[in-house]
Design a protein around this ligand. Structure first.
Ligand code: FES
Length: 183
């Protein structure tokens, strides 16, 4: 209707459509402009997603970082960095600085969520000849690729040639991720 509206329309067609607020000379900020658009953009990425969906038994008070205390002998695997850990059957093989497993002296660990909300962590060095075991989601077992040893979700040998189980590490999960305590 007004002259101001007409000028706004022209500016839009000239290619300023991306501007958050159209400032037309002579058409000061009357009350008809909606508030600046800045707050309404897409949801913030990252942390919110991780905190909202992670709810693995942490309870309402167990927000990010409040349930599992990090310490000098802990390894934190955040859901932001390892989103697969949020899923049942998800797993991560990684190395824990300062850790050496008793069978092989390796710093490798494997963390998995075999059933909903239950996390486990083990040394990943196979006690047979120190290849690296990994979690197999479809078999719900940890498997060694070298000679076929398998381990259950308690780390015990199911199939040899390994005769010793995997060293179990204690874990804690909250909305942030999984914290592994290193011995
Ligand atoms: Fe794992 Fe031999 S090294 S079964």
């Amino acid at each position: 209707m007004s002259d101001c509206d007409e000028r706004r329309r022209r500016l839009l067609t000239v290619g300023m459509a991306g501007a958050a607020v159209l400032l037309v000379p002579g058409c000061g900020g009357s009350g008809n402009d909606p508030a600046p658009v800045d707050g309404g953009g897409p949801a913030e990425a990252g942390e919110d997603d991780a905190t909202d969906e992670g709810g693995d038994g942490a309870g309402e008070g167990g927000g990010c970082g409040e349930t599992c205390a990090a310490g000098s002998k802990t390894l934190e695997l955040t859901f932001a960095k390892y989103p697969q850990l949020k899923n049942v059957g998800g797993s991560v093989n990684t190395s824990a600085s300062g850790y050496k497993d008793p069978s092989c002296g390796l710093a490798l660990i494997v963390v998995a969520q075999p059933t909903a909300g239950k996390y486990v962590a083990f040394s990943a060095g196979c006690p047979h000849q120190c290849c690296t075991v990994a979690y197999n989601k479809s078999r719900t077992e940890f498997m060694c690729p070298c000679h076929g040893s398998t381990f259950n979700t308690s780390g015990q040998v199911v199939v040899g040639p390994a005769t010793k189980g995997l060293q179990q590490l204690s874990v804690c999960a909250d909305d942030c991720g999984v914290t592994v305590t290193l011995p």
